[in-house]
Design a protein around this ligand. Structure first.
Ligand code: ADP
Length: 223
């Protein structure tokens, strides 16, 4: 389905988890700037060296660096038929830059209370090899410490430590929350709520698919 979607929401709201499921259902790429940042750091590129400190402290990477990375990514052929952006834009400047690069069809705003976020992030585990996301409480791997998909080793992200989580939530409220109003005014925003830690991802993904299908159907009748 040709759709350009932005996933908006605080850290730990499930953007990556839902986007990685939606990408398969919709046949469009999942583009996570957080993953891109971690790859640059892991590969110790010039950019990676510049941004490691920000990432480890839970701060945002400077706009010009992340905008450049994203712009390059969206130039690739697979992004022409649509995409799910996860973790971008995170500031008004990024949103304005994105507008110049591509149109957007839909912004999903994930609403999740802080207590749930803290529980989720402090229990989150990531596969070292393929980046799949697990959770010690809610999304356990079949074998402890091992990725179900690729057999890779699971680890806790440097920025999922409690002090850093608090900083990331602060950064979200200060820098990213204003984007909710920005996209609401443009008529692109749809809210999705998750108030229960144990709600399985499939339930939320179904809700998001409902919104997407609705939008497609309405487009059809307007044409
Ligand atoms: P989260 O779980 O906080 O949503 P991400 O994996 O999306 O985490 O991002 C991890 C880190 O990568 C951020 O804390 C930030 O340092 C950096 N980062 C990712 N996307 C952006 C962006 N759009 N702008 C600035 N920094 C970013």
């Amino acid at each position: 389905m040709k759709m350009k979607i932005v996933m908006l929401g605080p850290p730990g709201s499930g953007k990556g988890t839902y986007a990685s499921r939606l990408t398969k259902m919709l046949g469009i790429p999942h583009i996570s700037t957080g993953d891109m940042v971690r790859e640059e750091i892991k590969a110790q590129t010039e950019i990676g060296k510049k941004i490691k400190e920000y990432n480890d402290r839970g701060e945002l990477v400077p706009d010009e660096i992340i905008i450049k990375l994203l712009a390059e990514r969206l130039k690739k052929a697979d992004a022409k038929k649509g995409f799910i952006l996860d973790g971008f834009p995170r500031t008004l400047r990024q949103a304005e830059a994105l507008e110049k690069i591509s149109e957007i069809d839909l912004v999903i705003n994930l609403n999740v209370p802080d207590e749930i976020i803290i529980q989720r992030l402090s229990n989150r585990l990531i596969c070292k090899r393929c980046g799949a996301i697990y959770n010690r409480l809610t999304l356990k791997p079949k074998v402890n410490g091992v990725c179900d998909i690729c057999g890779g080793e699971l680890y806790q992200r440097e920025d999922d430590k409690p002090e850093v989580i608090r900083e990331r939530l602060k950064v979200y409220k200060r820098s990213t929350e204003p984007l909710i109003e920005y996209y609401r005014r443009k008529g692109l925003l749809r809210d999705v709520y998750c108030n229960d830690l144990m709600t399985p991802p499939e339930v939320i993904v179904e809700r998001i698919m409902g919104i997407i299908n609705n939008l497609k159907n309405n487009e059809g009748t307007n044409q």
